[in-house]
Design a protein around this ligand. Structure first.
Ligand code: ADP
Ligand code: MG
Length: 577
């Protein structure tokens, strides 16, 4: 449609028949300035604009101005454009194949009823621009106006005609945030279109024509851009592409999830749930992933006429969409510590205090470090094939320091890293033939609250596959006969109490598979190298090599990073060199 609109004559606007109008998901569209901004920018995109500029005053309550260089509206069609159910975007009465963002013919009349609306437009063929004004639903005659090709829509005095609704508007700052979010979503969905957003005279962004990667990076910001993992996958006629942030970089809300279907930004439950499921094994509880994903599929696979704001869809085959999304994201996030972008340390260089740089200071009170260890902490030569480098030291009995061939300093949290490795090995065993149990020489009796003991007894057979052989032992105890061999000599009592807690927490509503995976996560914590344990050189190197080879090794089972990297350039920056 976009391409056709640019190539051919102006598409004619017509009023939909009553029967089609009745089949369109009806409802209030314009509940706040952001909704008007969204509809106006969608119209500009539908008109084939290459450049769209949005200016807000007081969050859009005082004024919204949207300017585009699209195909424009003929002066003889301006009156029709503001009529209810008048649209140029439905060629027949078929609501099945909808390629445009709009199709309901309701936005302009609704905005014209809520505020003062002025549309100035000039089609390429027209000798000059024309303007129409609507105020509180009252239209004025079309008049000649000044203006170049394209369309400029000005909306002022939001809800001036309905003071009761105006009361529900939030502070201009909040309304501006909503409007900005709406423009960002559309800008992400249409990277080939240049976008500018100005709010109360301040330019929030001014983006040239870009490819999808550059647009995502520009909108997500440099911190996120450095940690993006590309996603590309197909399934039948479905295509998924875009970027997701590594699991160690998360947000408190879903505001950083951009989901686009056939160029339309959506807030679709099927897609949102898919993102949640794919991230669950690698993200901290309660944190939200950052994603910018584009799904394209044939128009007939999709019904967009579900919700008045057109942000929810109905997929003809939601199971395929879900499988594609979860598969692609799991693959993207499943890289090992060797392939995922590492978390970056963001330290600010210390600024020397004026007294410290004063002459003479060093002589009186320079604190000398403890006698310097004479040992040279440099590996012979790190192997370029090892992205996590060679271990040079262990500090605080907790962290491994390694150096890579690319002159990077790597810090590894030995407990977090080993926990992930154990978790992945347990999971692999579980999926293959069940976790291998190691019988205890002496079965252990663990006392528990009765409810906990009963819950564990009920899960007995499923736990057997996890390498746990447990039996009820009276009302408030269980007998532990075997633990997973991988855990080595683990203490049964704290392990079983931890499991009881897990079962109490992840009770109702959680699928068994997920509950069992959480059990594996808990088990791996017990089998891991504790913080405080001293590691030999070869143990350090073995851990680093395993991290490089293990999927998801960049985060522990609770979503925290297992390692950090600092490049030579980072160090030089910190030292102000
Ligand atoms: P819809 O977008 O659902 O068709 P609208 O009320 O938003 O309904 O717009 C009505 C019609 O006005 C559109 O179908 C289109 O023909 C025309 N129109 C609106 N905005 C623009 C624009 N910026 N450029 C060109 N035509 C536009
Ligand atoms: Mg529209």
């Amino acid at each position: 449609m976009l391409a056709r609109a640019r190539r051919c004559l102006l598409p004619a606007i017509r009023v939909l028949s009553a029967s089609v109008a009745n089949r369109i998901a009806a409802g209030e569209v314009i509940e706040r300035p952001a909704a008007a901004v969204k509809e106006l920018v969608e119209n500009a995109l539908d008109a084939g604009a290459r450049r769209i500029s949005v200016a807000l005053t007081e969050g859009g309550i005082a004024a919204i101005e949207v300017t585009d260089d699209g195909h424009g509206i003929g002066s003889d069609e301006l009156t029709l454009a503001i009529a209810r159910h008048a649209t140029s975007k439905l060629e027949d009465d078929d609501l099945v194949r909808i390629a445009t963002l709009g199709f309901r013919g309701e936005a302009l009349p609704s905005i014209g009823a809520a505020a003062r609306l002025s549309i100035t437009s000039r089609s390429r063929a027209a000798p000059h621009a024309s303007r129409i004004r609507v105020e509180g639903g009252q239209a004025f005659p079309v008049e000649p106006a000044a203006g170049g090709p394209g369309t400029r829509v000005l909306v002022t005095d939001f809800f001036f005609a309905t003071p009761a609704r105006r009361k529900f508007l939030k502070h201009p700052r909040t309304e501006a945030e909503h409007a900005e979010a709406a423009v960002r979503r559309l800008a992400l969905a249409a990277p080939a279109v240049a976008f500018r957003l100005v709010s109360d005279g301040r330019t929030l962004f001014d983006l040239p024509t870009q490819d999808a990667a550059a647009r995502s990076a520009a909108l997500l910001g440099p911190e996120v851009a450095a940690r993006l993992i590309p996603v590309a996958a197909e399934r039948g006629l479905l295509r998924l592409s875009g970027f997701v942030a590594a699991a160690t970089l998360t947000r408190a809300t879903t505001a950083w999830q951009f989901l686009v279907v056939n160029h339309r930004p959506v807030a679709d439950p099927v897609l949102q749930a898919g993102v949640r499921v794919a991230y669950r094994p690698v993200i901290a509880d309660g944190r939200k992933p950052i994603v910018a994903l584009h799904l394209t599929l044939p128009l007939e696979e999709l019904d967009v006429n579900v919700h008045p704001a057109k942000t929810e869809l109905r997929f003809r085959d939601p199971a395929s969409v879900r499988a594609l999304l979860i598969g692609a994201l799991t693959h993207a996030l499943g890289g090992s510590a060797a392939t995922l972008p590492p978390p970056r340390l963001t330290l600010t260089p210390l600024r020397p205090s004026p007294s410290a740089s004063a002459p003479g200071f060093a002589e009186t009170s320079l604190p000398l470090a403890a006698p310097l260890a004479a040992r040279r902490l440099e590996p012979a030569s790190p192997d370029p094939a090892h992205p996590l480098g060679a271990g040079v030291a262990q500090v605080f009995g907790t962290y491994i320091i390694a150096v890579t061939a690319a002159d990077e300093l790597v810090l590894v949290d030995q407990h977090a890293a080993h926990e992930r490795l154990t978790h992945e090995m347990l999971r692999a065993q579980h999926l293959e033939h069940g976790v291998r149990p190691q019988p205890l020489l002496l079965p252990a009796v663990v006392d528990l609250p009765e409810a906990d003991a009963a819950r564990i007894a009920a899960l007995g057979p499923a736990l057997e596959k996890l390498g746990l052989q447990l039996e009820p032992f009276g009302p408030g105890a269980v007998l532990v006969r075997a633990l997973p061999a991988l855990l080595g000599p683990a203490e049964p009592a704290p392990l079983i109490r931890d499991l009881a807690e897990e079962f109490a927490e992840s009770g109702e509503g959680m699928a068994l598979a997920e509950r069992l995976d959480r059990v594996l996560a808990r088990l791996s914590c017990h089998g891991s190298i504790r913080a405080g344990r001293r590691l030999s050189q070869s143990e350090m190197d073995a851990l680093l090599r395993q991290m490089e080879a293990t999927p998801r090794a960049g985060t522990c089972s609770h979503g925290r990073p297992t390692f950090l990297k600092l490049s030579r350039a980072d160090l030089e920056r910190l030292f102000g060199r």
